[in-house]
Design a protein around this ligand. Structure first.
Ligand SMILES: Cc1cc2nc3c(=O)[nH]c(=O)nc-3n(C[C@H](O)[C@H](O)[C@H](O)COP(=O)(O)OP(=O)(O)OC[C@H]3O[C@@H](n4cnc5c(N)ncnc54)[C@H](O)[C@@H]3O)c2cc1C
Length: 579
């Protein structure tokens, strides 16, 4: 029997194509437009522009050294210490120094209103792991403020939008020496579109949604990282997955499970209690509940593993000893969110569990947002190297807006200088369409069970506490799940908003990226930041630190260890004395 012909692919052109409309994508669009208003700029996004992704979900705020007594050098040292000396120091320096101009741009050019002190200066609050209160915020809805203002500005300019367009493959030239464009699915019709572009930004925002409990938005399934992997690009620090210690645990029947109860609760004096009612954190760290995210997450996980759990299998957070009225006043949003799920945060106890929050790892890129593949640029949570082994709360949205803006500038200059339209490899487009079509030719199966198995395996074997044995078990399970997916089809029905099909594509990408996480975690035989090996609990020598780089070659993953270059400060030194 001959295979049915592949569906047609519509071709369109744009000078600059931006994948994703989070802080990185929208800032890139605005900067590219400002730098080169005559260029055709298109933002392609899996959801609706301004309504999807994680930047919109930012609660806590934005780190930037603004206040008297703080300094860019201090912010840098906090970032490097937080990274356990694995961060690329030039990227980290670019982050902290450019954040100062970026936050002014957000306020003065884009119209964001951040909370203020009585004297009119911007209010900055404390966040864990920082030696100065530097987190700029708009109540606990900072992300909505930032994304709404960015989206309005994008709408007001002549920037094109391809909404509900899902990127599925980075397509190179026939020789493979540069990117020619991106293959997408128009989710509204289910048709294929090839967007030929002179420069492309990868800004799809990572997102560890392969874990049983996770915080990122549902549109994120590591698509950008999986596409980069298939295109042979190097990914670094992929073993570094940050867990937020207090995700809401509201049972399995609600999407609210896994969503974040903010760090300020612990900061304000909240207690964590195990299922037996014991306040356990001081057994693990003298700072008790105020220890850093990684330590608190590990401690909770240990209590859970030892069986001292609440009815839904987590631990309790308790605030009422601080006074129920005070809690209601100070944490209005959190109190309401908990009430929606039947919990009384102010007067009772709420069940919580560590929840996968952020991927420090991603595509290797340079401070001007270039990747090793000419014509491909990257910014935001799709990139690696800015945060090393741990991201400070508040450095995530700074990262996406800082490097998004830089990417916009760089792409505009690149297009002017050397950005011709390049012919795509037609065979690569056909192969990518065939891959996406594969599930229609397979017998229908149960994707939900694959997803549940992925969640469980990543949580139990590649999660907060790891050993060689658990990681090998996880890798074997991932191979099985990949094979199971390759046998599991979806209904050959109307392609418009065919969510089963998109689920299949999501799971394929999540499994591929999960393998990179597991392989990197197996290779790192020490414990740093978010990565903890019970069989290698020591941090290892900081001055010979290395980071792990993974590339896909054929079906295999190639792994390399690269020495960290201490370009600005070496372990044991600080920039502060000189500042
Ligand atoms: C609940 C929550 C709270 C947070 N709070 C804070 C905080 O207080 N401070 C802080 O600094 N950071 C915080 N973060 C982290 C922060 O949100 C991220 O670091 C940052 O916003 C990522 O920005 P981004 O532009 O890279 O990605 P995102 O904002 O996630 O945007 C990604 C975009 O890519 C699109 N996309 C995905 N796949 C595709 C595809 N295949 N094709 C086309 N488009 C695609 C998505 O739809 C989306 O538009 C928080 C995260 C969460 C989840």
């Amino acid at each position: 029997m001959t295979a049915p012909p592949l569906p047609a692919v519509r071709h369109v052109q744009t000078d600059i194509l931006i994948l994703g409309s989070g802080g990185a994508g929208l800032f890139a669009a605005l900067h590219a437009h400002q730098r080169a208003p005559d260029l055709k700029i298109t933002v392609a996004v899996k959801g609706l522009l301004g309504k999807c992704g994680c930047t919109r979900m930012v609660q806590g705020g934005y780190n930037v050294a603004l206040a008297a007594g703080d300094s860019v050098e201090r912010h840098f040292m906090d970032t490097i210490d937080g990274s356990k000396w694995l961060a690329d120091q030039d990227l980290a320096w670019t982050l902290v120094s450019t954040a100062v101009e970026r936050v002014r741009e957000l306020e003065n050019e884009l119209g964001c209103f951040f909370d203020r002190n009585p004297d009119g200066s911007i209010h900055q609050k404390a966040f864990a792991g920082q030696t100065f209160d530097r987190t700029v915020h708009k109540g606990d809805l900072t992300g909505i403020e930032i994304i709404n203002r960015l989206a309005e500005q994008v709408w007001a300019r002549g920037i094109d939008r391809l909404e509900e367009h899902r990127a599925i493959e980075l397509v190179k030239t026939p020789g493979g020496d540069a990117l020619a464009g991106v293959l997408m699915i128009d989710m509204r019709s289910g048709g294929y579109v090839f967007v030929q572009a002179r420069a492309v930004l990868l800004a799809t925002g990572g997102g560890p949604t392969m874990y049983k409990y996770h915080t990122p938005s549902g549109d994120k399934s590591c698509d950008g990282l999986a596409m980069a992997l298939r295109a042979g690009l190097p990914l670094r620090d992929m073993e570094m997955v940050q867990f937020h210690p207090t995700g809401l645990l509201a049972g399995s029947g609600t999407r609210m499970t896994g969503t974040v109860l903010e760090e300020g609760l612990r900061g304000a004096g909240g207690w964590l209690l195990n299922g037996a009612g014991d306040r356990f954190m001081s057994r693990y760290d003298e700072r008790a509940e105020r220890a850093t995210r990684d330590i608190v997450s590990r401690s909770i996980y240990r209590e859970m593993r030892d069986g001292r759990t609440t009815p839904n299998g987590g631990v309790w957070i308790q605030m009422h000893h601080l006074g129920a009225d005070a809690v209601r006043r100070q944490f209005k949003g959190m109190v309401e969110r908990c009430a929606d799920c039947g919990f009384d945060l102010a007067g009772g106890r709420v069940e919580v569990v560590p929840t996968a929050h952020y991927m420090m790892g991603g595509v290797v890129f340079s401070p001007d947002a270039r990747t090793p593949l000419p014509a491909l640029f990257a910014a935001g949570e799709d990139t690696g190297g800015v945060h090393g082994a741990n991201r400070l709360g508040g450095n995530g949205v700074a990262n996406s807006t800082v490097f998004g803006g830089i990417a916009g500038d760089t792409m505009a200059d690149w297009v002017r200088r050397e950005g011709a339209f390049r012919a795509p490899d037609a065979d690569a487009i056909a192969a990518a369409v065939a891959r996406a079509e594969a599930p229609f030719a397979l017998p229908r199966g149960d994707l939900e069970s694959v997803r549940e198995a992925l969640y469980d395996s990543m949580w139990a074997d590649v999660g907060i506490l790891r050993t060689a044995g658990s990681l090998q078990r996880g890798l074997q399970r991932l191979d099985e799940l990949d094979a199971q997916l390759s046998r599991t089809g979806v209904a050959d029905a109307d392609r418009a908003f065919h969510m089963g099909w998109h689920d299949w594509l999501n799971l394929k990408n999540l499994v591929a990226v999960s393998r990179v996480i597991a392989v990197s975690a197996l290779a790192r035989e020490d414990s740093r930041g978010a990565h903890f090996r019970e069989d290698f609990p020591d941090t290892g020598a900081l001055d010979t630190s290395h980071y792990i780089v993974v590339r896909q070659r054929g079906d295999a993953l190639d792994l390399a260890r690269e020495p960290v270059r201490f370009t600005r400060v070496t372990p044991g030194q600080t920039l502060l004395a000189a500042a």
